[in-house]
Design a protein around this ligand. Structure first.
Ligand code: NAP
Length: 236
């Protein structure tokens, strides 16, 4: 009986490695995603009702929500659908990063940004550029696929995906005379090199806080703990 992993992160791929026979679901945002082992399904479920239908028809025994901490809609849908279908759910949320100038949202980041710098390394993802599009600042934008419009007028787009090295990040920030870094608090170890590089260069970090977690659902911090949760509920 399969376990469903809601994916789109390196942690989700690790959970799939630890749970042979699981199915990983991807949203389909990235053109050539890094695929986990095991079965993969791609695309939205069609809201809560669609996910309830999927859980029932596929005979899913447990769900691990290993989506990115900012994929709050998917997480809310998973909580609601699992409750309706009576399927155990754990949310895998790796610990967040510390430090930086903290703001609660992308919109708040766009407001504060001009006071921090004028040559911005923006790493919030290609779908979140609209919020920054009207700012008269220079942007270095790094994303896996090309950014979606609207984008800032003065922007250099580079296509790349982690893991990155501190040395590489330092060289990139130096090359483009970056004076502020903007990032979501993803907490991912694989992309934290930019934080170390910014600190080494005395570049301020504008950090967007995570959306709150839903209450009443077990939260685990590592792929191993997520796999243990699944084993425990299946054995119970
Ligand atoms: P979102 O806003 O929370 O979700 C919007 C809709 O996308 C969901 O209602 C669902 O459609 C679909 N969806 C999202 N994740 C899915 C998954 N794993 N499998 C199937 N459908 C999914 O999501 P998002 O922030 O756009 O993130 C999309 C994906 O990119 C997620 O898998 C996430 O882990 C990954 N990701 C996101 C970020 C980020 O900054 N948000 C960064 C890196 C990776 P239906 O309602 O039709 O089911």
């Amino acid at each position: 009986m399969p376990v469903l992993i809601l994916g789109g992160t390196s942690d989700a791929r690790r959970v799939a490695e630890l749970l042979p026979g699981s199915v990983t679901s991807l949203a389909g945002r990235v053109r050539a995603p890094r695929l986990p082992p095991g079965e993969v399904r791609i695309g939205g479920f069609g809201g809560v009702a669609g996910l309830v239908g999927y859980l029932r028809s596929a005979g899913i025994t447990a769900v691990v929500d290993a989506t990115h901490p900012f994929a709050a809609v998917m997480t809310a849908h998973a909580v609601e659908a699992c409750a309706q279908a009576g399927v155990p759910l754990a949310i895998l949320r790796r610990p967040g990063w510390t430090g930086g100038v903290r703001v609660p949202s992308l919109a708040a980041a766009a407001q504060v940004l001009p006071s921090l710098g004028s040559r911005v390394f923006l790493t919030t993802g290609r779908q979140d550029l609209a919020t920054f599009a009207r700012l008269d600042l220079w942007f270095l934008v790094r994303s896996v696929d090309p950014p979606d419009p609207p984008v800032p007028q003065r922007m250099l787009s580079i296509l790349d995906r982690g893991p990155f090295t501190v040395e590489g990040e330092r060289a990139l920030m130096r090359e483009h005379a970056i004076d502020v870094l903007v990032t979501k608090d993803s907490g991912a170890a694989a992309v934290s090199a930019k934080l170390d590089a910014a600190r080494a260069l005395d570049v301020p970090i504008l950090m967007i806080d995570r959306p709150p977690l839903p209450s009443g659902v077990p939260v685990v911090e590592t792929p191993v703990a997520a796999a243990r949760f699944v084993t425990d509920v299946i054995m119970a």
